[in-house]
Design a protein around this ligand. Structure first.
Ligand code: FAD
Length: 511
């Protein structure tokens, strides 16, 4: 997001140069530009701020904080071994910076750029002003392929490729760390959050931390990606067949560049055609990750309003709280929808196609606006990443103005991806008994209503004009790059085997 970042301040050469590394969604040691830069300063320290604004925002869930705390614990140890104290402070960012300024006179604030929610955008504007007023130089670096102050979308994919191919950064061996006391990490309970966590029977979540991220990455590129494209669509196979790197990418326990380079290296090295085929499909999705984040970076308002304003007013007045509650509880009477929702609520993860079906059902069958359903889902997804999330919410709700309307039939999804009813039986054991509710809406009537409304808007001049603007600003371009990962040696140029089950077309997942 474009913001008023402080211009470099002249710092007197006699003054000690002290750096504060501000960790946000980059909880790692390797491939971390601010850390590499901090190693060159007279003294340095790190800080992670647990902001009350985050804990209070409607997208927050304690599983997010749990993942962060799990990631901070080993990171603090690793940094301490290299001489850098990593402080973890609870409070709003400006007061925390004020107090750190008193304790440790930092002249430079070093961080990665963040493409976050509205509140982080506003906070960053305030931090930039604070830095200017206090003669602190704030330096920020990109950590994904997202480009700040992008002038035009053309050529974006090539820039992405060149950033991802650039050398990754080794972890600094040592720092001139400031003599600051790092107290114990706060607990979830002390921060007022509980009822989740890796050890919690009520909600076991995926393990956080840099080591876990690399274990997941290595296992996937060294063999786990073998049947990736066949496993993607069914909730039965996706859980183990997808990479499961999303939460690690969202919190930066591994950098996108490292994931990309490990993937490319594995493609180049493997003699297994099926593995190379799976990895190429995966490599393409890494680019989509940044492609979607770029949309929010370029237009922060898409978190709150339709990409195409022609669709404003379509659903707002029709919000049915009973439908919403039934959808959230997995009690809609549509077993595939309910099984997906219950599984998501129990695990914090769901595969792409089933996420899309949940949203399509809420937005079309139940005619609920994507804002409130999106906030609810953001709390359920451990990997909540605002740029991907809000773009996908709108895409599956038909409000981008430039995508084909796709209304998923829960019945067809069950037939295609859970033909024996194994997934449904696991999550909705009462299905087929009197305890299970009847369908909350009549599918035929509900879908007809949704189509009439959406196509009614699409036919208007306003919608056509707005579609051109959205396409110009956000639509994907022909990049000149092969669609799904580059082919590096002749070994890889043999024809890939035909997938037995078709993977979702990129059109389904991307615009
Ligand atoms: C309504 C909706 C909301 C979503 N919200 C999020 C979100 O908050 N955070 C998030 O990371 N993903 C989100 N996704 C995209 C996708 O469902 C997840 O990235 C994927 O399921 C994560 O599992 P994985 O890491 O095993 O994926 P894999 O299939 O192994 O993919 C690898 C990585 O590629 C990226 N990726 C995969 N699919 C997509 C996609 N369609 N668009 C953009 N990037 C993609 C992700 O970074 C993912 O970790 C959403 C999808 C929908 C339909």
């Amino acid at each position: 997001m474009s913001q008023d970042t402080a211009q470099p301040m002249p710092v007197s050469s006699s003054m000690p140069r002290n750096a504060l590394v501000w960790f946000k969604r980059d909880l790692r040691l390797r491939d971390h530009q601010p850390l590499v830069h901090a190693a060159m300063f007279d003294a340095c320290a790190g800080v992670y701020i647990i902001e009350p604004e985050w804990l209070a925002c409607p997208e927050f869930d304690s599983q997010h904080l749990d993942f962060v705390l799990q990631s901070l614990l080993p990171l603090r140890t690793a940094l301490a071994e290299r001489g850098l104290p990593l402080l973890v402070r609870a409070g709003s960012t400006l007061p925390v910076l004020e107090s750190l300024q008193r304790e440790f006179h930092f002249t430079h604030l070093l961080s990665h750029e963040e493409t976050g929610s509205g509140w982080t955008y506003q906070r960053d504007i305030a931090v930039a002003r604070w830095c200017k007023a206090h003669q602190v130089q704030w330096q920020e670096w990109a950590q994904t392929g997202v480009v700040r102050r992008l002038q035009q979308r053309g050529g974006w994919a090539k820039r992405w490729q060149s950033f991802m191919d650039s050398p990754r950064l080794a972890a600094p061996k040592g720092f001139a760390g400031a003599a600051l006391d790092i107290s114990d990490l706060p607990t979830l309970k002390a921060l007022g959050c509980s009822n989740c966590g890796i050890n919690s029977p009520s909600r076991p979540i995926q393990a956080g931390g840099e080591r876990a991220a690399w274990e997941v990455l290595n296992a996937f590129v060294q063999g786990g990606a073998m049947g990736y494209r066949r496993a993607l669509s069914s909730p039965l196979t996706a859980e183990t067949g997808c990479s499961r790197l999303s939460a690690h990418l969202a919190y930066g326990t591994v950098s996108m560049r490292c994931v990309h380079q490990s993937t490319e290296a594995a493609i180049a090295q493997t003699t297994e055609r099926d593995l190379a085929f799976g990895l190429r499909g995966f490599a393409g999705r890494l680019r989509w990750h940044c492609h979607f984040m770029q949309k929010l970076e370029d237009e922060p308002a898409i978190e709150f309003q339709n990409f195409s304003r022609a669709y404003d007013g379509l659903r707002e007045a029709h919000f049915n709280r009973d439908y919403f509650d039934a959808w959230c509880e997995g009690q809609t009477g549509y077993p595939m929808v309910d099984a997906c929702m219950r599984s998501l609520r129990a695990t914090g993860w769901l595969n792409f196609r089933m996420r899309a079906m949940l949203v399509s059902f809420a937005s079309n069958h139940l005619w609920l606006h994507w804002r409130e359903t999106g906030q609810f889902l953001a709390r359920q997804f451990l990997d909540f990443e605002p740029g991907i999330h809000w773009s996908q919410m709108q895409m599956q709700s038909g409000t981008t103005g430039i995508n084909t309307f796709r209304i998923y039939s829960p019945r067809k999804q069950a037939e295609d991806h859970d033909p024996q009813g194994v997934f449904i039986n696991r999550w909705v054991p009462e299905f087929g008994t009197a305890a299970y509710p009847s369908p909350i809406v009549d599918e035929r009537i509900a879908v007809k209503f949704a189509k009439d409304q959406l196509y009614g808007v699409r036919g208007t001049n306003e919608a056509r004009a707005s579609a051109n603007t959205v396409q110009e600003r956000h639509g994907s371009r022909k990049s000149g790059l092969p669609a799904q990962g580059r082919i590096k040696n002749t070994n890889q140029q043999r024809k890939p085997p035909k997938p037995r089950v078709t993977e979702p077309s990129p059109q389904l997942e991307m615009f």
